[in-house]
Structures are given as structure tokens and as C-alpha cells.
Design a binder for this molecule. Sequence first.
Ligand code: ATP
Ligand code: MG
Length: 270
Amino acid sequence: MKPAVHALGDPLATAPFYAPAGNECALFELAWRRGLPLLLKGPTGCGKTRFVAHMAARLGLPLHTVACHDDLTAADLTGRYLLRGGDTVWTDGPLTRAVREGGICYLDEVVEARKDVAVVLHPLTDDRRILPLERTGEELAAPKSFMLVVSYNPGYQSLLKALKPSTRQRFVAIEFDFLPAAQEVAVVATESGLPAERVRPLVTLAGRLRALKGHDLEEGVSTRLIVYCASLMMAGLPAAEAVLAAMIEPLTDEPDVKAALIEVAKAVVG
Ligand SMILES: Nc1ncnc2c1ncn2[C@@H]1O[C@H](COP(=O)(O)OP(=O)(O)OP(=O)(O)O)[C@@H](O)[C@H]1O
Ligand SMILES: [Mg+2]
């Protein structure tokens, strides 16, 4: 008989790269151990999804991700009866699958979902930890390994869409923001392969553009866009063209605003 092969290796070494800003990794792990749901809030492209992927791999848990949108209903999450060859067959939705299998269920942009979603999340996110399936009459108890993680961007989502206190007060919450400049340089260099000294001006530019948020821009430039820019430069595109394509065009459609951003970029990157 062949000896058992331990092919998985060190989960920390094989997990998707994530540079922590503070104690969020320890907090996530403790919340998971204690069966507490977690809410991540922060601007677009600041590392929320990467953090969840990193933690799932680190804890050796399956990750079930659901991108929420404004048509998403409770039935989309829990499941429904579908017609199959003349029969109606119950088909689990992603939340039900996650509760049955255990692991992390990540609802991205949860405030986008329809109001009735809260109804299925409430019993799952208090000490009951159950998912009632009205249609089948089942009541699933979440296994110990199950954890619900939700994220949203408080910046551009209107007050109308904000989570109700009775929903948000069922979660432990972590606020995310862009990393301090030195750390952001390191992340972008790691992600893109571009040397840190060439990344540094891009991060400086991002800082300047983020300062314009609220005046001319709805959202500041994300770490994701700096990674795009650095990747284009790494592939050989001149800096000015990469900055325009990755760090300016995605931010605005207003010709005046764009011209102003180009001036800022010229002053910083050249
Ligand atoms: N702390 C970090 N460690 C490693 N990579 C990071 C970090 N923060 C941002 N990144 C990089 O930024 C990219 C975007 O991050 P991510 O997709 O996690 O953002 P997000 O917060 O989920 O955004 P959205 O709200 O738009 O979904 C990642 O693919 C990664 O390259
Ligand atoms: Mg995300």
C-alpha cells in the first residue's frame, strides 16, 4: 500500500496572498470559532473579497460566494422547486448548500438584495443558527464550521438601501479601507510584479485622487485599479498610457473632471 500523501501543505503558504491592515485575520478566526457572523464594510477594491478567500483557505474551509444584486430574492438563496422531466424537484440555492455542507458563505454586496432576504438571514445570524426552508418544511441547523460573511460598500449605497439595525446588529463588523501607502506599494508590487520603486508614484497618485472623492469623484481609485495599472506597465505599456487606461478612465465620464485628473497624474507620474 502506498503511504498517505500530505499534499495540502501549509494552508498559510498556499492561501491567496493577503496583506493584513490590522487584527482582522485573528478576529475572523475567533468569530468563526465562536459561530458569529461577520460584516465587512469598505470601499470598492480594497481587499474584502481577497480577505475572505484568504481566510477560507487558511482555515481549510469551503467558500460559497454569492454576488447579490437588486433582483436577488430569498428563494434565490434558499432554493426552489424546479420542473425536471415532468417532476417538480427541490433544488437547493447557494445559501442552503452552504448550510448543508458547512464552510463560509460570503454574500457580496448584501444591501443590494431584496428585503425578503433578511427574513432568511435573521434566524441564521442569531444564536439559533438555523435556516428554515418554508417550502420544504425543513429547518436546517448550521454545522459548527458554517459562517456567514457579508460585505457592502457604505460609500455609494444610498440610505434607502442601508441594512436595517435589526440586521446589522446580528453581525460582528470590520471596517476596511485602503492600506497605508508603504503597505499598498508592497501589495501592488507583489500582485503585478512591477518593482516597488515604479509602483510608488502610482500609489502617491492614488492618494491624490482619493483626496478628490466627494468633490469630483464618487469613489476614490481602488487598490484593484492600481494593480491593473502596474500590470499594464509590467507588460510594457508606458506609464502615462497605463495611468490613463487604468486609473483615470474608469473613474469618470466627465470631460472636465478627466482633464483635471490627467493634470494631477502628469504632476505626479510624469
Ligand atoms: N490587503 C490586500 N492584500 C492583498 N491584495 C490586496 C489587498 N487589498 C487589495 N488587494 C488587491 O486588490 C484587488 C481587489 O481587492 P478585492 O477584490 O478583494 O476588493 P473588494 O474590497 O472585494 O472590492 P469590491 O467591493 O469591489 O468587491 C485584489 O485582487 C488584490 O489584487
Ligand atoms: Mg469584492
